[in-house]
Design a protein around this ligand. Structure first.
Ligand code: MOS
Length: 743
């Protein structure tokens, strides 16, 4: 017999066939008539002024339609000068082409629009621009003493909690002490799909905007406020995304420029960025972290101090809470957390998968490994001795926390007991073998979201919400939730997303979509279910008469009594008998603050790594990774596993390869291309195992789901660093671990 219990079952992506056959259309692929092409001209200097844009020279080329720059940008742009997008940091957002001022290298300073892409690109290459250069500062080392605490808030910015206990005295008096600096450079977003927007001019200032974004509603709000458009006249669509990872949380300048050109030229315009231009925005900030740990003779933490300083731009205060989780992951009475920014002549950094936590956990978890070694305690035992039973930052219990099981189950499956604690004690031929572990914590968040559902007389259900699928599997899990809630076969359910004509949803980020949109989908399907039940009870001789919604269940295309499953009505018959052609309703889901307000809600993980390091060459091979994750209910183990696999690969990248290198003389990232910005290839990736630890949680949301988009990245780089230490006896505290650091 078939079943309609889909939640928790490994399910292949419902959008998979569209993606692999090319039927999925991405922002820069939409075919619209009479399309013009814009090419972005990027600043060659890091700081200064544009004194002249020699537009007339390229306007003379037949087929070039316009050159937009600060010299001719219309006054309509930036209608609302103070407008910030939904996820903007404090400060004033960058306004492309707004003024002659140059604030970062590769700043977009002009848009050349032409009849063809090739012509636009050629014309932009010969566009002469005169600059007046000023001295720039792009090196955070020069700003070590100029760190300041962020002043302007943004949604998601949580100042570190105030110090507790007596962290300085406790550290001074501790049995074992360490203090070290941990550093990583900038990393840039390199999703497969580059940023781009196709703006369809539908006449009379009516636009359909196909944009690469993690939030169509955010882009619509931004465009309507800035260009003074009504929402009805500015529909934003994003059905598919070739990777987001945080790069598409904020509207990027590509969509601004495309809309500007479309409104001015009164025709459809497409603007796409090059791979090089992808390095002109949205990076994980270069961060300097300082950790001090002290332990008591029994191996419990006496003091924990964690300070971070990272870069931001001159115009916005980007924050990512690097140190906060360090105050909750372990039990410690004496804690001091510090967080500062330094302004550089760079573009504002942007969220990148597990922003702040991925990097904060690198410093904390390497320091924990160092302390375990200094105290002569196994790294897992050391963590268990310091296990936090409640969130000391917030003074609240966790809604659920099965991190201990991540340690135990992960260690058992990995074979941690095979580890000889002595560094340089394990080898295979000329390769030194090391085992390392680390872990982390990420937030389980629910945001308000809405959905709409339509059930038609043929038994087909259509559910929609203006959310996104940035590659995470949203289409699939929402289809599963809807199918299970109404007891319909998966094939009878279609989930649609990524269109501002749909009910509102937040940007897809922060690992909150499964919880937020999932709860809305469940809620709207339950509302359809109640309508169905009422109609079913009106049917002649209905076996469901008098039953309350709690007394029935929706399974296998039927509504039946829980207590007496033989008493059932076929869903398709209900609509037909009622004479209705469809049932339709909207619903939204909001966090239950009564439950959530009294708890601290987080996902956790523990990562176990085996490395082999070539003794002569210093090359590091990550031969095995096991990531044990406790993230509430896993809606779809197949797509969830893929999320964690991707995180592990990215963690390997972060540990060993990935870094954007700034040439401070030019104030420009020099490896701004795929040949020099190193990321792993297939040959760099070996055995990876993902273990989901079962975790029930009825506080986080009605589905009990915490989200898996980000937790998988926590601790991966630290576990690799710790394994490298175990293999070689060399402690590296700055990422990536280039081979010369091991020689
Ligand atoms: Mo994620 S960095 O919140 O897209």
């Amino acid at each position: 017999m078939s079943t309609t219990n889909y939640i928790g079952k490994p399910t292949s992506r419902v959008d998979g066939p569209a993606k692999v056959t090319g039927a999925a259309t991405y922002a820069a692929e939409f075919q619209v008539p009479n399309l013009a092409y814009g090419w972005v001209v990027s600043s060659a200097i890091a700081k200064g002024r544009i004194t002249k844009v020699h537009s007339e020279e390229v306007l003379a080329i037949p087929g070039v339609l316009e050159v937009f720059s600060h010299e001719n940008v219309p006054s309509l742009a930036w209608f609302d000068r103070n407008y910030k997008d939904d996820v903007a940091p404090g400060g004033s957002p960058f306004r492309p082409l707004h003024e002659d001022k140059i604030q970062f290298n590769q700043q977009p300073i002009a848009l050349v629009v032409a009849e063809t892409l090739e012509l636009a690109r050629y014309a932009s290459s010969v566009l002469r621009i005169d600059y007046e250069e000023e001295k720039h500062e792009t090196d955070i080392e020069a700003k070590r003493d100029e760190g300041f605490e962020p002043g302007n808030g943004k949604s998601g910015w949580m100042p570190p909690p105030p110090p507790r206990g007596n962290p300085d005295k406790a550290w001074e008096e501790a049995e074992h002490r360490l203090e070290h600096e941990y550093v990583h450079g900038a990393q840039h977003h390199n999703p497969m799909e580059m940023f781009g927007a196709t703006v369809e001019w539908r006449g009379d200032k009516k636009l359909t905007v196909y944009d690469k974004t993690q939030g169509v509603v955010n882009v619509q709000n931004y465009l309507t406020k800035i260009f003074g458009l009504s929402k009805d006249d500015c529909r934003v669509i994003n059905h598919y995304m070739g990777g987001g990872f945080g790069s598409g949380l904020r509207p990027q300048y590509s969509v601004f420029l495309a809309v500007l050109a479309s409104l001015e030229l009164k025709r459809s315009v497409r603007v796409t960025l090059t791979r090089q231009q992808m390095f002109s925005f949205g990076h994980r900030p270069h961060t300097l972290q300082y950790v001090k740990l002290g332990t008591n003779p029994d191996g419990t933490l006496a003091a924990l101090q964690h300070h971070a300083l990272h870069e931001t731009s001159q115009f916005e205060e980007y924050t990512e809470n690097v140190v906060n989780w360090s105050g909750m992951l372990y039990q410690c009475e004496n804690v001091k957390l510090g967080y500062q920014l330094a302004k550089l002549d760079v573009f504002t950094p942007q969220d990148m998968r597990a922003p702040g936590a991925a990097t904060g956990s690198f410093a904390l978890e390497v320091a924990m490994d160092e302390m375990a070694a200094a105290a002569g305690i196994d790294p897992i035992d050391f963590r268990i001795r310091n296990y936090a039973e409640e969130d000391q930052n917030a003074g609240k219990p966790f809604s659920s926390k099965r991190l201990r099981d991540c340690y135990h189950q992960g260690a058992a499956k990995f074979g941690w007991d095979q580890r000889n604690p002595q560094p340089r004690s394990m080898r295979k031929g000329n390769r030194l073998v090391g085992y390392g572990m680390a872990g982390g914590v990420w937030d389980a968040t629910q945001k308000k979201a809405a959905a709409k559902a339509t059930l038609t007389a043929d038994g087909q259900l259509l559910v929609s919400s203006a959310t996104a699928d940035i590659g995470t599997g949203t289409y699939t899990i929402m289809t599963q939730i809807a199918a299970e809630t109404l007891g319909l076969p998966l094939e009878a359910v279609t989930f649609k997303l990524g269109d501002t004509d749909m009910p509102e949803a937040p940007v897809q980020g922060g690992s909150w979509t499964a919880a937020s949109v999932g709860s809305a989908v469940k809620s709207v399907c339950e509302a359809i279910g109640e309508k169905l039940l009422k109609l079913a009870q009106k049917m002649e001789g209905s076996p469901l008469k008098g039953a309350s919604p709690d007394e029935v269940e929706f399974v296998n295309g039927q509504i039946r009594l829980r207590q007496d499953p033989d008493n059932a009505v076929v869903i398709r018959d209900v609509l037909q008998a009622s004479g209705e052609t469809k049932l339709e309703t909207d619903s939204s889901a909001t966090p239950n603050m009564l439950k959530q307000g009294t708890h601290s809600m987080h996902s956790h993980n523990a990562v176990f790594v085996e490395v082999e390091v070539d003794e002569e060459f210093g090359t590091v091979h990550v031969t095995r990774v096991l990531n044990a994750v406790a993230a509430g209910r896993i809606l779809n183990p197949k797509t969830a596993r893929s999320q964690v696999l991707g995180s592990i690969v990215w963690g390997i990248s972060m540990a060993l390869m990935e870094e954007t290198i700034m040439d401070h003389q030019f104030g420009r990232y020099m490896n701004h291309n795929y040949s020099e910005y190193h990321i792993p290839v297939q040959a760099d990736i070996h055995d990876i195992e993902v273990l989901f630890v079962e975790e029930e949680d009825d506080v986080v949301n009605p589905l009990g789901v915490k989200g898996v988009g980000e937790i998988g990245l926590l601790g991966v780089a630290a576990a690799i660093t710790n394994a490298v230490y175990h293999a070689t006896g060399k402690r590296v505290r700055d990422l990536p671990i280039y081979l010369d650091k091991l020689l």
